[in-house]
Design a binder for this molecule. Structure first.
Ligand SMILES: O=P(O)(O)O[C@H]1O[C@H](CO)[C@@H](O)[C@H]1O
Ligand SMILES: [Mn+2]
Ligand SMILES: [Mn+2]
Length: 404
């Protein structure tokens, strides 16, 4: 038996999904547009990076071919220079959501078959009854925000007023989220977490996927900055996931980064949550090194999404992709002869698209390891990704997503 390393590059979409227009995302293409922007010289930033997008290792695993299969266009510079090493495909989501939770649950075999609740892009965004209940139950002097917002912009706008008044900043987006930003010292981190637990319960009747604590520090003079103490309060998956089946079979699991939060800490095994893509990848490789046969390391690299996709930062996103690419040889070296590594994504977040939200896209599926033959997998379902993992780990599994 062998191990599986499943890495989700959060938001690294490879082209519009067939139903992208229904989401206002016709033509979205996170990877393709970044590659095209870099080829034009629009991905340059002094001191960070310059020129064409260089992802030689990912291209060699079939990333460019997967993107070409998804869109009909090879992103500039992503054609493999030799034979592909592994299997590659592109996957389409069935759930009607372009959020992290829907994407990961479907990868793990539980497509969301209901509609998440969303708050409208009005002011107020939240139902007054919900706001009233939150204020009353948590003993707040009121709330600020109550609108759709970018999390970094709204703490700049309202951070000082929050510190002055003690009113937490509540905001949302097109995703099914109720986010609460509060100052770590002035409001208190534990108090923010307790407030989010109350909000979690109050949001349940509205079918809100996540309540998110967004602590920040700083002051008006020097500016406000979010800290690494973000905490997500998700609803548990609606059915048995890959993780539940592994737990039932007594298999070891290590969850890296946001995975624990996304699955509401159910069957997520040992959780490690260092900050940043590099630290998460390092932690995932360390977990794999100590992982017994038949186990899974499930990692999410969220920085692509939070730091660059939502911030519409093309050079930043390109540099993050190049940093991950540079570590692909390290990943490959960490794989034992029977191990399988799966690299995929949960949705898109095209940094060239209007607004600051996710984009409805197809995702790459790169499956590699010493024993994986070069294979074009074609068009897959998100659930095929988890199925590949389960099949590799010799769990009984029906359906598609066969590697060879
Ligand atoms: O702008 P920030 O606070 O990063 O918010 C983003 O983070 C949320 C959760 O991923 C998304 O719904 C999006 O709104
Ligand atoms: Mn995501
Ligand atoms: Mn996001």
């Amino acid at each position: 038996m062998s191990r599986v390393l499943l890495i989700v590059l959060d938001s690294v979409g490879i082209g519009a999904a067939p139903d992208a227009a229904d989401f206002g995302d016709a033509g979205a293409d996170t990877l393709g547009h970044i590659a095209e922007a870099c080829a034009r010289g629009d991905g340059d930033r002094a001191g960070l990076r310059a020129g064409a997008l260089r992802l030689p290792h990912l291209a060699g695993l079939g990333l460019g071919l997967a993107a070409e299969a998804a869109t009909g266009r090879m992103p500039p510079g992503l054609a493999p220079s030799g034979p592909v090493e592994g299997a590659w495909g592109h996957a389409v989501e069935s759930a009607r959501g372009k959020d992290t939770v829907s994407g990961h649950w479907e990868i793990a075999g539980v497509p969301v078959d209901f509609s998440w609740g969303n708050f409208p892009a009005t002011r107020p965004a939240f139902p007054p009854a919900l706001t009233r209940a939150l204020i009353a139950e948590a003993g707040l002097p009121g709330i600020l925000g109550d609108c759709h917002a970018s999390g970094t912009a709204i703490i700049e706008e309202l951070g000082a007023e929050h510190v002055r008044t003690g009113r937490p900043i509540c905001y949302t987006s097109v995703d099914s989220v109720f986010q609460i930003a509060a100052h770590e010292e002035a409001f208190g981190l534990e108090r923010l977490y307790a407030l989010c637990a109350v909000a979690r319960r109050l949001c349940d009747p509205y079918r809100i996927g996540r309540v998110i604590a967004r602590p920040f520090t700083g002051d008006e003079a020097s500016g406000f900055t979010r800290t690494a103490n973000r905490r997500d309060y998700a609803v548990p998956p609606a059915g048995d996931t890959l993780l539940d089946r592994l737990a039932a079979a007594g298999r070891p699991v290590v969850s890296v980064g946001k995975i624990g939060d996304i699955f509401a800490h159910r069957a997520t095994g040992r959780e490690v949550k260092p900050g940043g893509n590099d630290a998460c990848l390092t932690a995932a490789l360390a977990a794999l090194a100590g992982m017994a046969e038949g186990g899974l390391v499930f990692a999410n690299l969220v920085e692509f999404d939070t730091e660059y996709g939502h911030r519409r930062d093309v050079p930043g996103y390109a540099a993050a992709l190049e940093r991950f690419d540079a570590r692909v040889p390290e990943i490959r070296a960490a794989l034992a002869p029977d191990d399988l590594c799966l690299v995929t994504a949960d949705h898109g977040n095209d940094p060239t698209a209007p607004g600051t939200d996710h984009t409805r896209e197809q995702v790459p599926v790169l499956a590699f390891g010493p024993g994986v033959p070069p294979t074009a997998l074609g068009r897959l379902a998100f659930a095929d990704i988890g199925r590949m993992a389960e099949r590799h780990l010799s769990l009984a599994v029906a359906g598609g997503g066969r590697l060879a």
